[in-house]
Design a binder for this molecule. Structure first.
Ligand SMILES: [Zn+2]
Length: 98
């Protein structure tokens, strides 16, 4: 039996559940997602033009499912290339090993 207060236990379990949900939602391989973040975050990246241009280019180059991945990015606040870094990387970066 754990000596942790029940509240902490619940919190932990809930957090783990949320994490599992996030992991299950990712519509591409972790490797591809990590590479996408690195690609958008690279030093020579052009300034964001408030579209997902760079993101979509990357997905197409890899032959990934743009039609599934773009709505997923938006769901997590990634409406343009820089928001993918600010919002989506923030939430999923650690999961995919950034
Ligand atoms: Zn932007």
């Amino acid at each position: 039996m754990s000596k942790e207060p029940r509240k902490e236990e619940f919190k932990k379990a809930w957090k783990e559940q949320e994490r599992q949900k996030l992991i299950a939602s990712i519509p591409m391989s972790h490797q591809d997602l990590r590479d996408l973040f690195s690609h958008l975050d690279r030093e020579s990246a052009p300034q964001c033009d408030h579209t997902l241009r760079e993101t979509i280019e990357f997905l197409q180059k890899r032959g990934l499912e743009v039609g599934r991945i773009v709505p997923w990015l938006r769901e997590y606040g990634g409406y343009c290339d820089c928001e993918v870094i600010y919002n989506v990387d923030d939430k999923f970066g650690e999961i995919v090993g950034r």
